[in-house]
Design a protein around this ligand. Structure first.
Ligand code: 9MR
Length: 338
């Protein structure tokens, strides 16, 4: 791990007041929550249902993290599965929890080809554009001032850097990306607006495409403020080459970067050697972010192996989180926060 600075907002205030940071790092100890060993936001994806029904889950989340990202509750398929029938219950509950516990929220996600209701996908181009604008405006305004960062567009590129062939791309063309950022910004000018994707941790054709697009959008004055690097890794494929340099080059465009969905899956069953490799991957993810000034957030895609998307999607893999199913810190956690 790299030691950094606890109590992020206090530090900012101190620097502002004194012009200099008078600071002493605390003794490294697992008794210091993860959120307090860095001045970056430290988050987890959460589910409103577990937050309501599992006090131990809620307690660990509250102690260790200071950002929450609704795992599914803000997706179009949840919010408006049937046209005109809105369900804000899960999203509202997470935002209420965040406000009550002084956590920030990363809104996830406004424009995504997946978990997209069929009725939206079926719309003709002109109507799709109006409905998309309305969707973004309604959702962003509902939580205006309460969302620190929004994943505005999610996973719009293929691995080779070409645009993914989604309904938005097919019907609205390349320009939909600039439009949706402008609409989101008009609805809440205080939120930082992100493009978010997976397999863009290292330098590769996909991260090159993100870099090029962000550069173009910034030149055009489009209100994009960040790149979200999901960081769904597997110990089977090696740690992404050039991770830290890639974060740095993205920030050279004048935007923030955030690690938005970190997890490191392992072939099951886990053993000591695999958990050790996993710990080294998590540690590299963490340290790379700490080393880049404008890497502002490190969010994991869930914090406990009790609840993770991984086994459902990758049979034979799992145990991808920082805490085990009993909420005990795994080697990955103690490597970052000894
Ligand atoms: O973790 C999410 C899972 O519960 C959902 O079923 C799935 C739906 O496609 O989405 C998962 O979250 C994804 C996130 O929204 C975007 N990046 C990839 C994540 C893992 O699939």
């Amino acid at each position: 791990m790299v030691h950094a600075i606890p109590v992020k907002r206090a530090l900012v205030a101190m620097v502002a007041l004194a012009g200099v940071a008078v600071w002493q790092a605390p003794a490294a100890s697992a008794s210091v929550p993860l959120k307090d060993i860095t001045h970056r936001y430290v988050g987890s994806a959460v589910a409103a249902s577990y937050l309501a029904s599992e006090p131990d889950y809620r307690a660990v989340l509250t102690r260790e993290f200071d950002n929450v990202t609704p795992e599914n509750e803000m997706k179009w398929g949840t919010i408006e599965a049937v046209r005109g029938q809105y369900d804000w219950s899960g999203a509202d509950a997470i935002v209420r929890y965040a406000q009550a516990h002084h956590k920030t929220v990363r809104g996830h996600t406004l424009v995504w080809h997946s978990q997209l209701p069929d009725w939206v996908a079926a719309l003709p181009a002109g109507e799709l554009r109006r409905v998309l604008r309305d969707h973004i405006t309604t959702e962003v305004k509902r939580y205006k001032g309460k969302i620190r960062a929004w994943d505005v567009v999610n996973e719009i590129f293929n691995e080779d850097g070409t645009r993914r062939d989604t309904v938005f791309q097919q019907k609205l063309g390349d320009g939909f990306v600039a439009d949706v950022f402008r609409w989101a910004h008009a609805a809440d000018p205080s939120a930082t607006l992100y493009i978010n994707d997976y397999n863009i941790e290292g330098k590769n054709p996909k991260s090159d495409a993100v870099y090029d697009l962000v550069k173009t959008l910034r030149r055009q004055g489009v209100p994009i403020g960040g790149v979200g690097v999901q960081a769904h890794l597997s110990i089977q494929y090696g740690f992404p080459e050039g991770y830290q340099a890639n974060l740095k080059r993205l920030t050279s465009l004048g935007v923030d970067v955030a690690v938005t969905e970190a997890d490191v899956r392992i072939p099951t069953p886990p053993d000591a050697a695999k958990l050790d490799t996993q710990a080294s991957y998590f540690d590299q993810l963490w340290d790379g972010c700490q080393a880049v000034r404008k890497c502002v957030e490190f969010t994991a895609w869930g914090f406990t192996d009790r609840h993770s998307w991984v086994p459902d999607v990758f049979p034979g893999e799992g145990a991808a989180c920082l805490f085990d199913a009993d909420l005990k810190p795994k080697p990955a956690y103690t490597r970052i926060n000894p």
